[in-house]
Design a protein around this ligand. Structure first.
Ligand code: HXC
Length: 510
């Protein structure tokens, strides 16, 4: 019996070594952790239970039958994050470059299936050279099986991808269908075709970092939601994110202990909005002052900075925040900010996370590049996302809410539950100057008359009361009372149930 037990330990030890000590050293030499070290940091101490440690590939071509490392390049299993169940896979770059074989894919599919059945998030740690080249179509089939499960899991359980090494070819499409993608600066790349192929086909010379590094995907393409300095920081941030999320679409997000009075009065907010309507201020300050303990988990911080998206807690409960940022492009909506916010709103709605919308928006960004780029369709994504959302929604207009952007930003007409405005709110079709120049075109040559018309327009519309008189604004509130008011509003909405007509699915303007 003792022999058998020792044999088991020997086999486990061999499996844990993956592609061998030299390749592990090379992995460390690049500043990367191994697949197992990453799982250890991601999960609660001692909580990891591994599946399929002894699975090997079945390929016999190209001498592959002579190399059959146990585990086949991916470590899979389940464990907990702050006591809550999650499923995880972690590709092992030391084994055939983490490339995906038929059996490697089957291991991932097994935990995806279990996660869907048991209603728990899947976290994928990607570090892979793509399809296992020696296996050909069997590997492609494996990818498609993983993709299909990503699609089935979408909107049912949260799916989070960490990119911690190269991610080429098919390896990018599974992460692309998950809810969040996090990258590590300088050591992770994502591209459909690498720099060599790009050079051959388009004659462009580009480094891997420029083509698909963390900076490219968090600032230009918006493929990734955040980039971190190293593996350790990225894994710690994913643990933080998981704490905000429900386990699945039938459960509420966890309620965390909080030490911040929901009735906290924040006098400094009374002077947040400058007296000059064209002077910017930092909307992040408002978010931090509304959140429990000032904690804001921002999503896509470096992309489309004219809109802010992320999670806070109010009375210990997760709230998704969407806020115009007057510091960037005066907070106007454009193609990128509409896409960014629409995707965030849809995630929150799918997972029953209430939405707080903070509005200071002068309208949509004008220009040929916006129109040619399809701002009509992209802006409609955000409009559609809010309009289809059935989660509790609270909106606060701090300053400008002009034109179509007023409608889009969780207005009363899109079924937002509570619509508050600060006394500084200006709710109108457009700013006074623009409006005057259109209505009083005949007086355009007389600056005095135009100035007087503009002053009249401002007096009439640069306030929240015209909208409040119609019930489009439920109440005009004092800025200092905002945290208390929204905390009470969300508390009153905890049992909200909104019905939608039966349909197979909608046809959101993609
Ligand atoms: C089999 C692979 C592999 C792969 C890497 N390796 N990629 N083995 N299939 N796809 C092996 C290498 O042979 C090497 O083995 C080890 O992994 C480490 O690779 P290196 O090249 O030494 O590492 P590095 O210099 O860091 O380069 C990493 C890399 C490069 C950028 C990922 O290996 C690379 O370009 N690989 C090929 C990428 C690719 O074209 N994949 C197919 C994409 S097509 P040894 O034994 O020497 O350690 C695809 C289609 C799917 O994925 C479509 C689905 C829709």
């Amino acid at each position: 019996m003792k022999d058998i037990l020792e044999q088991l330990e020997d086999r486990r030890e061999e499996a844990r070594l993956g592609g061998g000590q030299n390749r592990i050293d090379a992995q460390h030499g690049r500043g990367k952790l191994t697949a197992r070290e990453r799982i250890d940091l991601l999960l609660d101490d001692g909580s990891f239970e591994e599946f399929d440690m002894f699975v090997t590939h079945r390929c016999t071509d190209f001498g592959m039958d002579q190399q059959k490392p146990a585990g086949d390049g991916v470590v899979t299993g389940w464990g907990t994050i702050n006591g809550r169940l999650v499923y995880v896979f972690s590709q092992d770059f030391t084994v055939f470059g983490g490339s995906l074989s038929e059996t490697h894919a089957q291991k991932i599919c097994k935990i995806q299936d279990m996660a869907i059945q048991n209603g728990a998030p899947v976290i994928g740690i990607n570090d892979s050279g793509g399809a296992r080249i020696q296996e050909g179509v069997a590997s492609l089939a494996g990818y498609a099986e993983v993709f299909q499960r990503n699609i089935e899991a979408s909107g049912v359980i949260p799916q989070i991808s960490l990119i911690m090494g190269p991610c080429a070819g098919g390896a990018v499409y599974s992460p692309a269908m998950t809810d969040f993608i996090f990258m590590v600066k300088d050591t992770s790349y994502m591209f459909v075709t690498g720099p060599d192929v790009v050079k051959t086909v388009t004659n462009e010379q580009v480094t891997a970092e420029e083509l698909g590094g963390a900076s490219t995907h968090t600032r230009k393409s918006s493929v990734a939601d955040a980039a971190f300095e190293n593996d350790v920081e990225a894994l710690a941030e994913v643990r933080r994110l998981v704490d905000f999320l429900p386990a699945n679409n039938r459960e509420k997000p966890p309620v965390r202990p909080f030490f911040d009075d929901p009735d906290r009065i924040e006098a400094s907010l009374d002077t947040l909005v400058p007296s000059n309507a064209n002077t910017p201020y930092d909307m992040k300050e408002l978010i931090h002052k509304l959140a429990d303990e000032g904690d804001f988990y921002e999503i896509q911080e470096n992309y489309a900075k004219n809109i802010l998206t992320g999670f806070i807690r109010i009375e210990g409960r997760t709230v998704g925040v969407v806020a115009n940022q007057p510091m960037v492009l005066a907070g106007c909506l454009d193609i990128d900010s509409s896409r960014k916010a629409a995707r965030f709103v849809r995630f929150c709605d799918a997972f029953e996370i209430p939405l707080l919308t903070l509005v200071d928006v002068p309208g949509f960004l004008p220009g040929t590049s916006q129109e040619y780029g399809g701002v009509i369709k992209h802006g409609a994504k955000l409009l559609f996302a809010y309009g289809e959302a059935t989660v509790p929604m609270v909106t606060v207009i701090t300053r400008k809410a002009y034109g179509g952007a007023y409608d889009v930003m969780a207005s009363k007409h899109l079924r937002s539950d509570f619509n508050y405005a600060w006394p500084t709110a200006e709710i109108a079709v457009m700013g006074a100057k623009g409006a005057t120049e259109i209505i009083h075109r005949a007086d355009l040559k007389d600056p005095e008359k135009i100035a007087s018309h503009a002053a009249d327009y401002e007096k009439r519309f640069a306030n929240p009361f015209v909208a409040a008189e119609r019930g489009f604004i439920d109440e005009v509130i004092q800025p200092r009372m905002t945290r208390k008011r929204i905390a009470r509003a969300f508390a009153s909405l905890r049992n909200k149930k909104a019905a939608t007509p039966w349909k197979k699915h909608n046809n959101i303007p993609l």
